[in-house]
Write a protein that binds this ligand. Structure first.
Ligand code: ATP
Ligand code: MG
Length: 94
């Protein structure tokens, strides 16, 4: 389960993510949609510990990403569509 609570990211004056809260439950394919610049990638980076929230919190099964044991065996991420490989199936990417 991925839980976001009041997640906020500011870059100077720019508010990239504003007080975002939601829960992604296990076993359910969940879409994360929004127009360009809505803050999707910034949110994903914060989930993965690649960027630090200005405020709020995000946990994966109750832990911050850096607290997970062997996180790469626990979470797979493909942040930009450029990284997919034409010779692999969608299932294989997952
Ligand atoms: N490092 C940064 N410095 C300053 N502003 C940033 C930075 N990263 C993102 N932003 C700004 O934050 C906002 C959210 O960007 P983000 O890339 O998270 O959006 P997105 O929903 O992933 O967009 P897209 O659909 O184009 O991928 C945008 O206005 C963007 O310009
Ligand atoms: Mg993006």
């Amino acid at each position: 389960m991925i839980e976001l609570e009041g997640l906020t990211k500011r870059y100077g004056e720019k508010v990239a993510v504003n007080n975002l809260s939601f829960t992604v439950r296990p076993g359910i394919v969940t879409g994360f949609l929004g127009p360009n610049g809505a803050g999707k990638s910034t949110t994903m980076r914060m989930i993965l510990g690649l960027d630090h929230p200005t405020a709020g919190d995000v946990r994966i099964d109750g832990k911050h990403y850096h607290q997970l044991k062997d996180p790469l065996t626990y979470i797979g991420a493909l942040l930009e569509a450029k990284a997919w490989h034409g010779g692999r199936t969608a299932y294989n990417h997952l």
